[in-house]
Design a protein around this ligand. Structure first.
Ligand code: 5AD
Ligand code: FES
Length: 359
């Protein structure tokens, strides 16, 4: 499995032979153990606001969806971070729709408050934001930023991700700028987006390597009601034999290949995967390349309203219940919960790459 070029990655993604797949799983697990060890890092997820000005065709938070909206206060965000720290997590992720109501000053203050009181690493995941705010948040102490590029195919990206007036969306460009500002950067894609081909998904995974990403989330696309991609009409984008399925097996292959392509990266076992296989999705990803889980620490009253897609795993569990459950699952795999923030393991590589643009 040395030369993972695009056609080799595509062939692995299409592989269905159980014996061959066993080899892939074993190799991904071996590389995970050798490069990032047996610790599973837990990041507390704080879903700070469900407001969103964008209209991504796949996302349940999209502006026109008719969803009830909330925005947590600074005190509520700090309380959720305290809860994460109390549960022994090494970092928090403040995530939201693209919400201008989460102003530069508000987020900077929230980051400062968390950093002043706890040793937590702070990751932001607030969508496409301007350089001035990104720099201000870095100065306030933010360590990392997550922005999935969703797909490296510019035509597919544009189809599912309308620009805001006067502002062309290019997530690759933002990822590059954030790296230059000193953020650890995280990205990811959805598996099985209607219109996504095997070739495109293989190219996505190679982009992770090209870009030398620090964190990479790979989860299945799940149709969300009240979105343009929530129903059967989404099926007709491209010839079925080229279409990547949004299933568990394909997602696990993508996670395993990502581990082989990016041996030192932090790879979460995603909530979307846990949603399609509540019994074992989390564990299977952890056994096939992943080394991170992001348990939800959002207060339950808000959590139910943050409906990116329906049926999300762990929506009704308390943070304490998830912590106990996860610890048990992690120990049952012969692994242990990671101590400390669990950040990047090597110096960032700067410069541009073949995956330079969404245009
Ligand atoms: N199914 C699966 N994942 C989704 N996301 C958004 N909508 C969906 C969906 N319908 C993912 C996107 C986004 C992350 C926060 O959630 O990849 O970047
Ligand atoms: Fe909100 Fe895409 S619709 S992040």
């Amino acid at each position: 499995m040395r030369d993972l070029d695009r056609s080799a990655v595509e062939a692995w993604l299409r592989e269905t032979e159980p014996a061959a797949l066993d080899q892939l799983w074993a190799e991904a697990d071996r590389v995970r153990r050798e490069r990032v060890g047996d610790e599973v890092h837990l990041r507390g997820l704080i879903e700070a606001s469900s407001h969103c000005v964008r209209s991504c065709h796949y996302c349940g938070l999209r502006a026109p969806s008719g969803l009830a909206r909330y925005r947590m206060t600074g005190a509520e965000i700090l309380d959720a971070a305290r809860e994460a720290h109390r549960l022994g997590y090494g970092s928090v992720v403040i995530q939201a729709g693209e919400d201008p109501g989460l102003t530069e000053a508000f987020i900077a203050e929230a980051v400062r408050a968390i950093k002043a009181e706890t040793p937590l690493a702070v990751t932001l995941s607030l969508g496409e934001r301007g350089d001035a705010e990104l720099a201000a948040w870095k100065a306030a102490g933010a360590d990392r930023y997550l922005l999935r590029f969703e797909t490296s195919d510019p035509a597919l990206y544009r189809r599912i991700h309308p620009d805001l007036p006067g502002r062309a969306s290019d997530r690759f460009a933002q990822l590059r700028r954030m790296r230059d500002m000193g953020y650890e950067i995280g990205t990811g894609v959805m598996v099985g987006i209607p219109g996504q081909t095997w070739r495109t998904l293989a190219a996505d995974l190679l982009c992770f390597r090209e870009f030398d990403m620090d964190m990479i989330g790979v989860g299945p696309f799940l149709p969300s009601p009240r979105t343009p991609m929530g129903g059967p009409e989404a099926a007709g984008y491209r010839a079925p034999q080229d279409q990547v399925p949004n299933d568990e097996l394909t997602t696990l292959k993508a996670v395993a290949l990502t581990r082989l392509l990016c041996p030192d990266a932090n790879l979460p076992s995603t909530t979307a995967l846990a949603t399609i296989d509540q019994a074992q999705g989390r564990e299977l990803a952890l056994q096939r390349g992943a080394n991170v889980v992001m348990p939800n620490v959002t207060p339950p009253v808000f959590r139910v309203q943050y409906e990116i897609y329906p049926g999300k795993a762990c929506v009704h569990e308390t943070a304490t219940a998830c912590q106990g459950c996860l610890e048990g699952r992690i120990h049952s795999l012969g692994r242990r919960v990671g101590a400390g923030p669990g950040g990047r393991r090597k110096a960032p590589r700067k410069g541009s790459s073949a995956c330079d643009s969404h245009h």
